[in-house]
Design a protein around this ligand. Structure first.
Ligand SMILES: O=C(O)[C@@H](CO)OP(=O)(O)O
Length: 206
């Protein structure tokens, strides 16, 4: 039985391009982001992969990426479940601020702590730990049982919601996961053993 899970971070968004903290705001993809999503779909197609079900967040950039991937695979119309549990981490009061302006205002170290510490939330927002506390129960209740039944699953989400998942799947420490930068539109292909442990991981950026 094939136990397949593919994770993809959305393609470049308008706010990634403008270097703004994005979080739960809802910008769409840039032209480059569209191209990255199409390229992700082509890579998956070259590998001969198709899916039985897709999961994504309630944010446009992830849904648009998913739609472009499915179009490349000839799977437009595949069942897609949208849930805010898979949303990007909420950046709170930083949302909409330019990341360089924030560094000028609060200093490099403080901004780095907000962006890449495990359990220090940005003011009014979510830390990676808080993000994991909503992503992981959803993953374990709704996504993993489907994978273990043999359905091939595509999850299209965000840098930090996927970091929370990858940390769990690959058994990484907070230090290890926070160093991991996920490329926009780069699929990561997981296959699982019968007991639910990870059999193989292939990052298609490599
Ligand atoms: O702005 C955001 O929402 C995220 C992802 O683009 O940024 P960061 O790299 O700081 O986690």
């Amino acid at each position: 039985m094939e136990r397949l899970l593919v994770l993809v971070r959305h393609g470049q968004s308008e706010w990634n391009l403008k270097n703004l903290f994005t979080g739960w705001k809802d910008p769409d993809l840039t032209k480059q982001g569209v191209d990255e999503a199409v390229a992700a779909g082509k890579k998956l197609k070259e590998m001969g992969l198709t899916f039985d079900i897709a999961f994504t967040s309630v944010l446009t950039r992830a849904q648009h990426t998913e739609a472009l991937i499915l179009e490349q695979l000839g799977q437009t119309g595949l069942e897609s479940i949208r849930d805010q549990a898979l949303n990007e981490r909420d950046y709170g009061d930083l949302t909409g601020l330019n990341k360089d302006d924030a560094r000028k205002k609060w200093g490099d170290e403080q901004v780095h702590t907000w962006r890449r510490s495990y359990d220090v939330p940005p003011p009014g927002g979510e830390s990676l730990k808080m993000t994991a506390e909503r992503v992981l129960p959803y993953f374990e209740d709704r996504i993993m049982p489907v994978v273990m039944k043999g359905q091939r699953v595509l999850v299209t989400a965000h840098g930090n919601s996927l970091r929370a998942l990858i940390m769990k799947l690959e058994g990484l420490t907070p230090e290890e996961i926070l160093k991991r930068e996920l490329g926009t539109g780069v699929p990561i292909v997981y296959r699982f053993n019968e007991d639910g442990s990870v059999a193989s991981v292939k990052d298609l950026a490599d």
